[in-house]
Design a protein around this ligand. Sequence first.
Ligand SMILES: [Zn+2]
Length: 102
Amino acid sequence: MGGQKYPVTLAEQGRKLGVSRQRVWQLQRTAEGLCQQCGVNPRSEHSTAFCVECQDSNRERNRKRIGSQPWRPGGPGRPPIGLLTNNRVRATVSDVTNGVEK
Ligand SMILES: [Zn+2]
């Protein structure tokens, strides 16, 4: 048997596997349930990596980076959710069952 001691920390595992210090830090924050960008706020329920504030700032930065323009009628892409008309909103289960019963 080897002389392996447990528990092995993420930092020790990282050194062994050649993972960078930055990535080990990110993985430690993720294991703590924190954002892996700021390391302060808890992660968003919609993200495996970032908090709501970091998600928003990353989104805005990427929109600027790729030169996104607001949606306009006839243009490409999906209309903003607030502009969808009722017949384009996905039907709920109750809508479908109500329709079947009628
Ligand atoms: Zn964050």
